[in-house]
Write a protein that binds this ligand. Structure first.
Ligand code: CDP
Length: 243
């Protein structure tokens, strides 16, 4: 039995209260060759998302006549975790690529671009639990940066259970030793596009976790929106100066 205590007097090991996200940093348009890109830090997670397209589909047989297909590749750098990770795809990265694609697909207006593909690459440079959620947040902003028409952004974070308490945005130790981890992704209008759960929660705890994760996503949405506005108002300023 693990004797470690993760919450003392309402304060978690990294100084957060139960309902606080880790510090977030986001930067838009960080890659010159991608059509859209975003770098994101969520606590000690560091991820970069690159979007290419819409562009021609290769191999051709994957083409859909009436819409664009979306491809999402989640990849963890071998140096991103404590114990060196063998490079290349594994079962976990296939799963995370699939659920992350499904988290974003509902908001992308794919019918505007028949027979084409939108490629999303997420590279995890440093991992500390919650990398799929950081990847989805960054990818959503990178899609907007690429000018892909979308119904809305998607925001993502997890809630978990540690020391019997429901907490927002578990970090690595809380995820490893906690009793549950529940990542979600959601649109600003409340459509849930990702819901996964590791561990066990009672109905009541599930409701609490959902409320907390939704609140976290609302905070993330504000940051996503702000960084995009900041990035594009720069160009407006430049245009004004030029005219
Ligand atoms: O990262 P996320 O929480 O979305 O996915 P996870 O499969 O629940 O992984 C939780 C954490 O375990 C990751 O963020 C990494 O910090 C760590 N991990 C690791 O150390 N080595 C791996 N091969 C995979 C994950």
């Amino acid at each position: 039995m693990d004797e470690r205590v993760f919450i003392k007097d309402g304060i978690r090991l990294d100084g957060r209260r139960f309902d606080e996200l880790r510090p977030i940093k986001m930067e838009v348009g960080v890659l010159k060759r991608a059509d859209g890109s975003c770098y994101m830090e969520m606590g000690d997670n560091k991820v970069i998302a690159a979007v290419y397209g819409p562009r021609e589909v290769h191999p051709r047989h994957l083409q859909e006549v009436n819409r664009a297909i979306i491809r999402y590749r989640y990849n963890m750098a071998s140096f991103s975790v404590e114990e060196r990770r063998r490079p290349g795809p594994d079962r976990r990265s296939y799963e995370l690529s699939k659920v992350s694609r499904e988290a974003l697909e509902p908001v992308i207006l794919t019918s505007y671009f028949p027979k084409s593909v939108i490629d999303i690459f997420v590279e995890v440079l440093q991992a500390d639990a919650g990398t799929r959620t950081a990847g989805i947040n960054a990818a959503s902003v990178a899609l907007a940066d690429a000018g892909i028409p979308m119904r809305s952004l998607v925001s993502s974070c997890a809630a978990g259970k540690v020391d019997g308490q429901i907490v927002l945005d578990p970090m690595k130790d809380e995820d490893n030793f906690g009793q549950a981890d529940m990542p979600i992704a959601i649109t600003p209008t409340g459509e849930i596009t990702l819901l996964q759960m590791d561990g066990i929660l009672t109905r009541d705890e599930f409701r609490q976790a959902m409320e907390l994760a939704k609140k976290g996503c609302q905070e993330i949405y504000k940051i996503q929106r702000r960084v995009l506005i900041e990035r594009y108002s720069q160009f407006e300023d430049l245009q004004d100066e030029g005219s």
